[in-house]
Write a protein of this length. Sequence first.
Lengths: 237, 247
Amino acid sequence: MSIFDWQFFRGAIPTVLKDGLLNTLNLTIVTFIFACLIGLITALIKIYKIPVLYQISLVYVSFFRGTPLLVQILIFYYGLPTILNHYSTDYGWNVDISKIPPIIYMYVVFSLCYGAYISEVMRSAVLSVDKGQHEAAYTIGMSGPKVLSRIVFPQALSNALPNLGNYFVDIVKGTSLAFTATVVEILASAKIIGARDYRYFEAYLAAAVVYWVVCLIFEVLFRTVEKRSRKYERRPA
Amino acid sequence: MKDDFITIRGLKKSFGKNEILKGVDLDVKEGEKVIIMGSSGSGKSTLLRCMNRLETSDHGLMFFGERQIDLAHWLKKDIKYVRSNSSMVFQGYNLFKHMTVLENVMEGLVQCKGIKKLEAKDIAIHYLEKVGLSERLDYYPSALSGGQQQRGAIARALALQPKVVFFDEPTSALDPELVAEVLNVMEKIAEEGVTMIVVTHEVGFAKNIADRVVFMDRGYICEEGRPDQILRYPRNNRTKEFLNLIA
Ligand SMILES: Nc1ncnc2c1ncn2[C@@H]1O[C@H](COP(=O)(O)OP(=O)(O)OP(=O)(O)O)[C@@H](O)[C@H]1O
Ligand SMILES: [Mg+2]
């Protein structure tokens, strides 16, 4: 057996793409969308210091930032079904918990985890919008929610984009932990084909290359979006 | 001139322990141009901002058009009423950064007055022509000079056809050579009947347009009167000092 089997490596890449890429992208994008929503809501709760919700959001952010994602995954993947099972028999819900696909649990735990990180991004992005912008909006007769949606959020979003782009790439890489919950994403599919011929090195390297390329593509994408969203800050030549 | 459009009685406002407004009474008639002067920190901005509820007040009563408003306890509907019948021009322009000049002027028309986009665009262009910005409709604020931004902000304020426009030192942040273009625009709109309450230290401008000049000192109105009299023959010592300082 040679140290490195090129043939195998080259064959592994399309297999990893075919078997794993879809789940990786799926989990990444769903997580990103929900994490942004959760992050924004948490940020607003913190900024406006809404009673009760404020204390809850402090604990929430602190917990998910203060514990490893892997531990959170294990808690949700093994703990949540047990609890659900318990209640479903108690209340006669009549749902078969074992039929819930594992990726659903991953949506929940990933969104909560990254939502906690992104809430800090959203908070500083919203706070970075100049007070004068709010005031001008009020004086033309805008209601509070409209001031947020029409004036503050668009400006905050373009402030947040570089950080959001970083978190997006973080999520892509983070989804590799979902293999512990039997989700067949890039890493899991590499592991499977590696196990077939004991070619782990080639298989994992193939996975790394795929991750790298995916991350590069999204980095370029985010940079382009960011540039376009900041066109209003540039002075024309 | 018609009846008083705005009447304020006993307006008091503190920031923490500092009492900034110590009981201000002010009457403004419909269509009147009132200039407010006074040294830095005397409470001019705070007075304007208490009138459109950018600041809350501790005490006071305001009649605004038909409405009687307890300035210490604004009702939601009164805030809405005052803000939809007034607008404000800021020292720092505060054009919405992510919108072109045209979009800035259209924003309030479409979002707050419910005017259809096409019609709002015509109205916006009309006002932007009036302030001399018809060549710059699609520019973002960052691409404009301070004077152009401020003229855009004036168009945004006027397009809503408010009863009153508050100006808070609209030319103080401008380079000297840009002050005149903004003052010219303001003199032009002053002829059109809108009520204007302007904080400024531009004595020449005050002489040209003011019906009345109000001097503030340490939280009170210390003297007021017609511009030709008060600017030339002030009686109050603080007014005299202040006029000497800016002359
Ligand atoms: N948000 C605030 N918090 C605390 N103090 C404030 C606040 N806004 C204004 N002040 C204080 O209130 C006083 C009056 O301020 P104001 O801005 O009304 O003065 P002004 O007459 O407009 O002065 P200027 O000519 O410098 O604009 C100042 O001493 C200022 O420091
Ligand atoms: Mg001021």
